[in-house]
Design a protein around this ligand. Structure first.
Ligand SMILES: Cc1ncc(COP(=O)(O)O)c(C=O)c1O
Length: 426
C-alpha cells in the first residue's frame, strides 16, 4: 500500500469551469490551448489576477478605509505581462534585487512606487536604486543603514526608510516563517528598557541624517501564514513599539505589513484575507487612526491566476502495486515549491467523461530524481491522489500554480522550461 492522502475537494476557482466534460479557462477551450501549445504549459489569466487584486483591496478598504496601499511582490512571479497588469493598476512593488528593479523600470513602473526590501543590499544595487529615483528602503540592520546612508551622501540623494522589525513571534504551523528567534529577517524588537539595542542604533542614524526620512516600520512574518493568532500578537508588539516611538516624538506614518496572505492549496485550512484586515484594524488602526498601511502580496495575487498543464506519458506500477502516472514535466521545471511545502496542488483531468471511475495514483515527474514526485508528505514520502481514471496521453492540470513556480524553476536535465501563455482580459 502506498501512503495515502485525500486530495481535498476544492471549489473550482473562477478561472476554470467545466461544460459537458470539457474544461474552459477564461472561457477558452483548454484542450485546444494545450493542442496548440503542447505540454508542459503554464497558463496565466489577467482576469484572475484582477480578481485577486480587487479581493485584497476591497477586504482591506472595508476595514481600514482609504489609508491602504497594495504592493505586488514580484518574486512570486516576475512574468512581464503580470508586472504590466500591476503597473496599469498603479500598485506599489516590493523588490529584492537589481534584476527586479531593472525589469520593473524597463516595463515602465514608477520609481516612487518601488520598495526595496532585501536583507542583503549590495553597494551597486543601492547606487542603482538611488540614481533611478527609488527611495523606499526597508532597513534590515545597522550595517544596512550605514551602507545606504554613505552611498546616499555620496550621490546626494535622500531616502524614505522603513525600519524592519522582527517581532520575535513564532508563527506555529507556518512553513515559511520569517519571524521568531531564528529569523534572519528584520531587527529584533527591542525590549522597552534596552537602550543599546540594534534598533535604537538604527533609529539614531535615521534621526541624525538629513538625507534619511524615517517614514515607517516594516515587518514580513512569512509566506502562506496559516495562523492568525500569532499574527495578531506580532501586530500588538509593533503597536507598542510605535507608541514608544511616539512618546519620543518620532512619528510613524506608515506600517508595511509585508506579505503572507495564504492560498487554499486544497489540503490546509487557511485564514481569509479579511481576517488579516480585521487583525490590522483591531490591533493597529483602532489605536493609531492616522497610520497608513501597506501590504506586500505575492502568493495570493499570483497563485490562483496560474495553472500548469501536463500530459501523462507513462502509466506503470510501483513495487507495492500502486499505479504511477509519469508526467512530461519534472517538478524542478514546473512546481519546485512542492519540495519545501508538501502542498498537494489540486488537480483536474482535462477531458473527463461523465461516469469515469476514480482511481489512486502517484504522480511523478519526468526526471530520474527520487524527489521528483508531485505529492510528498511532510516526511518526504510519496502520497497518492484520487482522480478519474488516467490513460497515457491524458492531460491534467494543477491549479493554484501561479506563484513561486516560474520564478523558482530551473532547467534540470536540460528538459527545458514549460511554455508560458498569458490570457489578457478582453
Ligand atoms: C519582504 C517580503 N514581502 C512580501 C513577500 C511576499 O510574500 P507572499 O508571497 O507570501 O505574499 C515576501 C516573500 O517572501 C517578502 O520577502
Amino acid at each position: 500500500m502506498c501512503n495515502r492522502y485525500k486530495n481535498s475537494i476544492v471549489d473550482l476557482p473562477s478561472l476554470i469551469n467545466r461544460k459537458n466534460g470539457k474544461l474552459f479557462v477564461d472561457g477558452l477551450d483548454l484542450d485546444q490551448l494545450i493542442e496548440e501549445n503542447g505540454t508542459p504549459l503554464f497558463i496565466f489569466s489577467e482576469q484572475q489576477l484582477l480578481r485577486q487584486y480587487m479581493y485584497i483591496l476591497e477586504s482591506f478598504k472595508a476595514k481600514l478605509g482609504d489609508s491602504f496601499e497594495l504592493a505586488f511582490s514580484i518574486k512570486s512571479n516576475p512574468l512581464p505581462e503580470i508586472i504590466r497588469t500591476f503597473i496599469k493598476l498603479s500598485t506599489f512593488f516590493e523588490v529584492t534585487s537589481l534584476g527586479e528593479m531593472k525589469l520593473l523600470l524597463k516595463l515602465g513602473a514608477s520609481a516612487q512606487n518601488i520598495i526595496y526590501t532585501n536583507i542583503v543590499k549590495p553597494k551597486n544595487t543601492i547606487k542603482f536604486a538611488l540614481k533611478a529615483g527609488i527611495q523606499k528602503f526597508a532597513i534590515d540592520s545597522c550595517s544596512d543603514i550605514k551602507r545606504i546612508k554613505k552611498i546616499a551622501e555620496f550621490e546626494k540623494k535622500s531616502i524614505k526608510a522603513f525600519i524592519r522589525i522582527n517581532p520575535l513571534i513564532n508563527l506555529e504551523n507556518t512553513i515559511f516563517s520569517c519571524s521568531g528567534e531564528y529569523s534572519k529577517i528584520g531587527i529584533p524588537i527591542p525590549p522597552k528598557e534596552e537602550s543599546n539595542s540594534e534598533f535604537n542604533e538604527v533609529l539614531s542614524i535615521c534621526e541624525e541624517s538629513q538625507l534619511v526620512d524615517l517614514i515607517g516600520l516594516h515587518m514580513h512574518l512569512g509566506s502562506q501564514i496559516t495562523n492568525i493568532k500569532p499574527y495578531r500578537e506580532a501586530l500588538c508588539r509593533i503597536r507598542n513599539l510605535i507608541h514608544y516611538l511616539n512618546q519620543k516624538n518620532i512619528e510613524i506614518k506608515v506600517l508595511d505589513i509585508g506579505g503572507g496572505f495564504p492560498i487554499n492549496y486544497g489540503n490546509v485550512e487557511v485564514p481569509s484575507v479579511s481576517s488579516f484586515a480585521e487583525a490590522v484594524k483591531t490591533e493597529i488602526k483602532e489605536y493609531l487612526p492616522s497610520i497608513s498601511i501597506i501590504a506586500e502580496s505575492g502568493r495570493f495575487l499570483t497563485a490562483p491566476a496560474g495553472i500548469l498543464a501536463v500530459s501523462v506519458v507513462t502509466i506503470k506500477k510501483d513495487p507495492k502495486n500502486c499505479e504511477i502516472a509519469c508526467l512530461d514535466g519534472n517538478f524542478y521545471n514546473t512546481l519546485p515549491d512542492i519540495i519545501t511545502s508538501n502542498w498537494m496542488y489540486p488537480i483536474l483531468k482535462v477531458n473527463q467523461e461523465k461516469e469515469e471511475s476514480i482511481s489512486s495514483y502517484r504522480l511523478v515527474g519526468s526526471s530520474n530524481d527520487t524527489l521528483d514526485q508531485y505529492q510528498l508528505n511532510s516526511a518526504g514520502v510519496p502520497g497518492t491522489i484520487s482522480c478519474q481514471k488516467l490513460l497515457e496521453g491524458d492531460k491534467i492540470i494543477f491549479l493554484q500554480a501561479g506563484a513561486y513556480s516560474l520564478s523558482f524553476t530551473c532547467n534540470y536535465c536540460l528538459e527545458g522550461n514549460p511554455k508560458v501563455i498569458f490570457l489578457e482580459k478582453k
